[in-house]
Design a protein around this ligand. Structure first.
Ligand SMILES: *Cc1c(COP(=O)(O)O)cnc(C)c1O
Length: 458
């Protein structure tokens, strides 16, 4: 494909994506396929002869689209959002066009310098501590693949920092913590992972954490890290990070905050009460790729002090030696992650932050919060619906008053509507429905459409 052909097909593809944005609201959110249906449309062997790109693009409609779950439907209320935006998509395109590897400052200086500056901007946008900024220090942030691997990485750093053998190390998180906490600890070699009890709001109970740490110390184990959640995946519960931080400090634990989804809400100053105490945490991660209009993958991880991260991960392979690295004047981001190579993900984040501006981000996230608040009120007023857990940020947790079967039936009816999609789950062994509002193009109209379906089936 020469540049002229690329231009022609590229224009056609941009048109295709723009058309998709215009029609996604009218497509059924989930595809009607059985396992193997899509694979059955692909030949078993790779093509021997080159194919015209027109044919390849045609199969986007014929083969791919029938098997797509429309995460960008404004009726997407399932899991959490993975929202996108025009500037985010174009940033991905430009990054693909440049195709640079940002493992070292020297392998593409703009990739590192823009990333560090944009991640510093996010410190201001989310009201995080100044010392998280690379330009202030001693902390710093970078873009990682996902919240799960950032949480795993923090367990690796906590293990490295501790002198004790890994099989005596203990990691803590609440019983509602994302499974990446448990898995991250296990993969990092931790001998013990504690799921600490939660209170009636499903937030970690600091008294139970203190008791668990003391019991482990009495048994000769070494408590090394605790992860607090600002917004659990189940119900959006917020752990008290101030109280947890005080316990972590008293016992010498690394304190990591997983704000994967709810971190985006911190663009609104009035939401920051939910991260009170953040100025004393050791690390903090959140996903612009969930709720901040930036295409997956884009997760940010900050550490309050860069030294332990570098100590755990940096390495000096001969092939990577270069004058800039040796001068000490630059940061080589491969030292802050397990993979060597890294994409130019800062481009899309930079473009999103500039296109929306802080005001635009506050407006759009604020709208999602407002819509969730209105839906929560409707649930409160409905005679046959209940709140399964408090509404948290833009996540409404509801259930049918008649019990699990009625709740499961309601969830199935919503998902059968085609226009709206929710996730059915369980909390305390009872069914509930998660309505998570946050797709870029979701407006009152789409929440009304969901509500009508709820009312008709409740
Ligand atoms: C979504 C989520 C994660 C996982 O995020 P990835 O970036 O997909 O790894 C971790 N923790 C919480 C609380 C989440 O909601």
């Amino acid at each position: 494909m020469d540049p002229a052909e690329f231009r022609r097909h590229g224009h056609a593809l941009v048109d295709w994506v723009a058309d998709y944005m215009e029609r996604v609201a009218s497509l059924p959110v989930t595809p009607d396929v059985e396992p193997g249906d899509i694979a059955a449309r692909l030949p078993l062997r790779p093509p021997e002869e080159p194919e015209p790109f027109e044919a390849i693009l045609r199969d986007l409609d014929e083969i791919v689209m029938p098997g797509i779950t429309h995460w960008q439907s404004p009726g997407w209320f399932a899991y959490f959002p993975a929202n996108v935006s025009g500037p985010g998509i174009l940033g991905e395109l430009a990054s693909a066009g440049l195709g640079v590897q940002g493992m070292l400052w020297a392998t593409s200086p703009a990739c590192t310098e823009i990333e560090l500056r944009v991640v510093d901007w996010l410190v201001d946008l989310l009201g995080l501590p100044e010392h998280f900024k690379m330009a202030v220090g001693p902390g710093g942030g970078s873009i990682q693949v996902s919240a799960s691997d950032s949480t795993h990485l923090m367990h690796v750093v906590a293990r490295h920092r501790s002198a004790a053998p890994a099989d005596r190390l203990v990691a803590y998180g609440s019983s509602q913590a994302h499974f990446s906490v448990q898995r991250g600890a296990r993969v990092a070699g931790f001998g013990h992972v504690r799921k600490v009890a939660t209170d009636e709001r499903h937030a970690l109970d600091p008294g139970a954490l203190e008791a668990a740490i003391e019991a482990d110390v009495a048994d000769g184990l070494v408590p090394a890290i605790v992860t607090s959640a600002v917004g659990t995946t189940g119900t959006g519960a917020v752990d008290p990070i101030g109280a947890i931080g005080a316990i972590a400090e008293a016992h010498g634990l690394w304190h990591h905050v997983d704000a994967a989804w709810a971190g985006s809400a911190m663009v609104l100053p009035e939401q920051r009460v939910h991260q009170a105490g953040v100025e004393r945490v050791d690390s903090y991660t959140f996903n612009p790729h969930k709720w901040l209009f930036t295409n997956f993958d884009c997760n940010v991880l900050w550490v309050a002090d860069r030294a332990p991260l570098g100590a755990a991960l940096s390495d000096t392979a001969a092939i990577m030696r270069n004058p800039a690295s040796e001068s000490g004047a630059v940061v080589d981001l491969r030292d802050w992650q397990l993979p060597l190579g890294r994409r130019f993900r800062a481009l899309k984040l930079w473009w999103v932050l500039r296109s929306y501006g802080a005001r635009g981000l506050r407006h759009h996230v604020g709208e999602h919060l407002r819509l969730a608040g209105e839906l929560a009120e409707r649930v409160s007023e409905h005679p046959r619906l209940e709140h399964a857990a408090p509404t948290s940020f833009a996540l409404v947790n509801l259930r049918h008053a008649d019990g699990d079967e009625a709740t499961d039936r309601l969830a199935a009816a919503i998902n059968a509507s085609g226009h709206s999609h929710v996730t059915a789950s369980t909390i305390d062994e009872r069914s509930y429905i998660r309505v998570s509002i946050g797709q870029t193009w979701t407006t009152a109209e789409h929440v009304d459409r969901l509500w009508t379906t709820i009312e008709e089936n409740a």
